[in-house]
Design a protein around this ligand. Structure first.
Ligand SMILES: Nc1ncnc2c1ncn2[C@@H]1O[C@H](COP(=O)(O)OP(=O)(O)OP(=O)(O)O)[C@@H](O)[C@H]1O
Length: 362
């Protein structure tokens, strides 16, 4: 039963901007929590501070009420899975998994019992006596997971564990890791730059950029209610457009786009829209699938719509993806395939669904 608290954590290397700046996070007991962001955003540095390999320049790290900020890595009670597995290739699976217990001088019978259980947890019972160099990459990564689980850590730390696997194996292994973590109920912190992986596996995701935290939320919320334009663009695809707030009522914000079109967005307390006031400049995120699209029949523009010209049309199976030139900007629109397909050069009217118009911090 472990909650992890990061309190005002900063990591600054001499002569450069902070790698991690004023980071506050609470990771709940049993949670699968992911640190997500592009290369260099500070996710590995954060994970390594929790492991104890890197000392924060400022702030505290707590496991429940135990302050571990100055505790040595081997006394923190964490298990770690690395990108490159870090296994002993000439030793057997059993010897690798049991290594941490041997170091801790665990009695042989107890050690065997725990190794068997860990191998069972990752589905590798029948490989116990194989040498590591005779396993596939995915199997090696499962051995690395078993080795971390066998010491029954309070917190499991995983640093891009799937990035050496090919795409298909990565998808299979992510489901296995997630299943094993849930069954074991261990508080876990996972680092990845792959947003699809983060969305598929996590209870909650923290999105970092240049050492700064943009948002912490469950995957669906991050997708449908991104806090900032960076999150809207980094998670899936989005059309992010500058706008001005015209007025806000109890549950709706009216906004004006660059071409003068007026859209309505839901007003939700605790988000950018909740604080929107007339005259503010903001940005609006419109996911490609949040539109319906019709071939333009001319006449006056209707309120709440955008008019543009199709530049490209791509059939992808279930949906057609269009690039639409709107006011000199390229919008991506994804609509279900139908008889009424638009062609490049067609004038179209886009109807954003009012519930899917989402205000974000610029
Ligand atoms: N030992 C160091 N000395 C100076 N700067 C460092 C050091 N280690 C990391 N950094 C810098 O800190 C920032 C964050 O690095 P970090 O490795 O945490 O990023 P990351 O998000 O994990 O990236 P990646 O996905 O590429 O591993 C980067 O700008 C990096 O250059």
């Amino acid at each position: 039963m472990t909650r992890v608290f990061l309190e005002s954590i900063e990591k600054r290397y001499p002569g450069s901007a902070p790698s991690v700046a004023d980071l506050n996070l609470t990771i709940e007991d049993g949670e699968f929590f992911t640190l997500l962001g592009p290369s260099g955003c500070g996710k590995s540095t954060t994970l390594r501070m929790v492991a104890g390999f890197i000392q924060p320049s400022r702030g505290r790290i707590l496991f429940n009420d135990r302050d571990v900020t100055n505790t040595a890595p081997n006394r923190r009670d964490t298990g770690m899975v690395f990108q490159n597995y870090a296994l002993f290739p000439h030793m057997t699976v059993r010897a690798n998994v049991g290594y941490g217990l041997s170091v801790r001088r665990t009695a042989r019978a107890e050690k065997n019992k725990r190794v068997d259980r860990a191998l069972q947890q990752v589905g590798l019972e029948s490989y116990a006596d194989r040498r590591i160099d005779m396993l596939s990459g995915g199997q090696q990564q499962r051995v690395a997971l078993a080795r971390a689980l066998v010491i029954q850590p309070s917190v499991l730390l995983l640093d891009e564990p799937l990035s050496n696997l090919d795409a298909k194996l990565r998808e299979e292994t992510r489901a296995e890791i997630r299943g094993t973590q849930k069954a074991a109920g261990i508080t876990s912190i996972y680092v990845t730059h792959d947003q699809a992986e983060a969305m598929a596996m996590s209870d909650r995701v923290a999105i970092l950029e240049s050492g700064r935290l943009h948002q912490v939320a469950p995957p669906r919320e991050v997708y449908h209610r991104p806090a900032t334009s960076f999150v809207a663009r980094f998670i899936g695809r989005s059309n992010v457009l500058e706008c001005t707030v015209l007025e806000s009522s109890t549950d709706t914000v009216h906004l004006k786009l660059a071409d003068g079109s007026v859209l309505r967005a839901p007003r939700v307390a605790g988000t950018v829209s909740g604080n929107a006031a007339a005259g503010d400049t903001a940005a609006v995120s419109l996911r490609p699938e949040s539109f319906t699209m019709h071939t333009d029949t001319g006449g006056q523009s209707r309120p709440g719509t955008l008019r543009g010209t199709v530049k490209t049309a791509e059939f992808t199976g279930a949906v057609n993806v269009y690039e639409v030139d709107w006011n000199g900007k390229e919008l991506v629109v994804s609509v279900p395939d139908s008889e009424d397909r638009a062609q490049p050069g067609d004038r179209v009217t886009l109807f954003p669904h009012p519930d899917r118009v989402w205000l974000v911090a610029p």
